[in-house]
Design a protein around this ligand. Structure first.
Ligand SMILES: [Zn+2]
Length: 273
C-alpha cells in the first residue's frame, strides 16, 4: 500500500508532466472508482486545466480551474501516460485525454482506489480531507499536540500512529519503522507514552519519511516507463518484513505480532518500553 513518501513521489512525477495541461475528455470504464455521478464527473472535468498537483495525507489533489480532483491510490492504484492509440488494458479504469494528445490512465488491479471531484469552495467541507490530522512536516506537530490527541486512546501506540486524524500519511510500514527508531514498544497504550517518547516519534517520523521521499526522488525516472507512476521504490527498512532476521542494533531476532490486524515488526530487546 502506498504511504506518504510513495504518494509524494507520485505527486512530484505527475506535477512535472501535468501542470498546465488541459483535460479534453474523460472516459470512465469502471464507475465504482469515481464517487461522483459519472456523467456529472465527465461534464464538470472537461476543459479544466490542471494548475497544480498537491497532496494531503495520502490523497493526491489535482488543482483544476473550478474543482479539486481527489485521488486515493489505496492498495494498487497507479497512473500511466499512454498514447490514445495504445490498447486499453484490463485494469485501466479511468482515462483522461489531455491537450497534448496524450492520455493519463488510472490503473488499479484491486479496484480499491477512489476519485472524487469537489468544487473548490466545498473542499473545506469534504470529510475525506477536513478530518485529517496534521501533516508530518507541519510545525504544529509537537509532543504536546500528540499528548492532547492521545490522552484518551488506550489502544496500542502502533494503532494510534495509523489513525489518519492524528498524523496524516503514516501507514503500517513506516509506523513499524518509526517505533523501532524511537525504541518504543508498539503495544504500549498510546496515552501512556511520555512527552519524550512523543518527541522521539515526531523526530523519527520526519527523518524516516524525508529519507524515503529522497529515495523515491532518485528513482522517479523508472516509474514513467512501463511500470506506471506508482511511487514504489526500494525501501530502506530496518524491521518491517524482517521477522526472525537480526535486529540492526542488537542482532537479536525481530519479532512479528498482529496488532489490530496489522503485521507489526519490532525488536523485543530494543523496544522494551
Ligand atoms: Zn534490537
Amino acid at each position: 500500500m502506498p504511504e506518504l513518501p510513495e504518494v509524494e513521489t507520485v505527486r512530484k512525477t505527475l506535477e512535472k508532466k501535468l501542470v498546465g495541461r488541459k483535460i479534453i475528455d474523460v472516459k470512465i470504464i469502471y464507475p465504482n472508482i469515481v464517487e461522483n455521478n459519472p456523467k456529472t464527473f465527465c461534464q464538470n472535468i472537461k476543459n479544466q486545466i490542471i494548475n497544480a498537483m498537491k497532496r494531503r495525507g495520502k490523497w493526491l489533489i489535482f488543482e483544476l480551474d473550478d474543482y479539486f480532483l481527489l485521488s486515493h491510490l489505496r492498495m494498487e492504484g497507479k497512473y500511466f501516460f499512454k498514447n490514445p492509440s495504445d490498447e486499453i488494458k484490463k485494469h485501466e479504469h479511468v482515462i483522461f485525454r489531455l491537450d497534448n494528445n496524450q492520455e493519463l490512465r488510472y490503473n488499479d488491479t484491486r479496484k480499491f482506489g477512489r476519485m472524487l471531484l469537489v468544487k473548490k469552495e466545498e473542499l473545506e467541507d469534504e470529510k475525506k480531507i477536513n478530518k485529517l490530522g496534521l501533516e508530518p512536516f507541519d510545525k504544529n506537530l509537537t509532543s504536546l499536540y500528540l499528548k492532547e490527541k492521545m490522552k484518551n486512546i488506550k489502544l496500542p501506540i502502533k494503532t494510534a500512529l495509523l489513525d489518519q486524524s492524528i498524523i496524516a500519511g503514516i501507514g503500517n510500514i513506516y509506523a513499524n519503522e518509526i517505533l523501532f527508531a524511537s525504541k518504543i514498544n508498539p503495544l504500549i497504550p498510546a496515552n501512556q507514552c511520555t512527552l519524550k517518547q512523543y518527541e522521539d516519534i515526531i523526530k523519527n517520523t520526519k527523518t524516516i519519511l524525508k529519507q524515503a521521499i529522497l529515495n523515491g526522488g532518485t528513482t522517479i525516472k523508472s516509474y514513467e516507463s512501463s511500470e506506471g507512476v506508482h511511487g514504489r521504490f526500494q525501501q530502506h527498512l530496518s524491521v518491517h518484513g524482517k521477522e526472525n532476521e537480526p535486529c540492526p542494533n542488537c542482532h537479536k531476532p525481530i519479532k512479528k505480532d498482529s496488532v489490530n490486524g496489522r503485521g507489526t515488526y519490532y525488536c523485543p530487546n530494543c523496544q522494551k518500553n
